[in-house]
Ligand binder design. Structure first.
Ligand code: ZN
Ligand code: MN
Length: 144
């Protein structure tokens, strides 16, 4: 008998998928594994290139759909940009980002806004704040 060397399905992923009426599939597992194993905030194409070695039959359209499913299940975050492009993040806890204006790479930035800054922002009249997104823009060390 050949030993099963496939990584165990993370129970949290299976529960999140099933809670939203989705089945766990090997492809969804591979997309999630790739995303949680990188801090680069990849585009759908980059995820596609990353999982193709493991699953040669997977298509870009499937990767895209699987990413959207993970986002809908709360297992990934989607970062959208005004030029219509999107990147995906395996982290779903609140955190900030820094985006390079030249190469477009996005990295995590530690830290939280001080409570008094949040209180001031939340006092915005005629608007109920449900969240916020903070992105530093600049030039990464590779591009500088
Ligand atoms: Zn750069
Ligand atoms: Mn992030």
């Amino acid at each position: 008998m050949v030993p099963d060397t496939r990584p165990a399905v993370p129970e949290r992923l299976r529960r999140a998928l099933e809670g939203r009426g989705h089945r766990f599939t090997e492809q969804r597992g591979a997309v999630h594994r790739f995303l949680s194993g990188t801090g680069t905030h990849p585009t759908a194409e980059e995820v596609f290139r990353g999982v193709r070695g493991e699953l040669p039959a997977i298509s870009l359209a499937t990767v895209y759909k699987n990413l959207e499913t993970l986002v809908a299940c709360g297992m990934a975050t989607k970062l959208t940009y005004s030029d219509g492009s999107s990147r995906y993040d395996g982290r779903t806890d609140p955190h900030h980002h820094a985006r390079c204006e030249r190469c477009g790479t996005v990295r995590d930035v530690p830290g939280n806004l001080p409570a008094e800054v949040m209180a001031e922002l939340e006092s915005c009249r005629g608007f109920r704040v449900t969240g916020y997104r903070l992105e530093l823009t600049g030039v990464c060390s590779a591009c500088a």
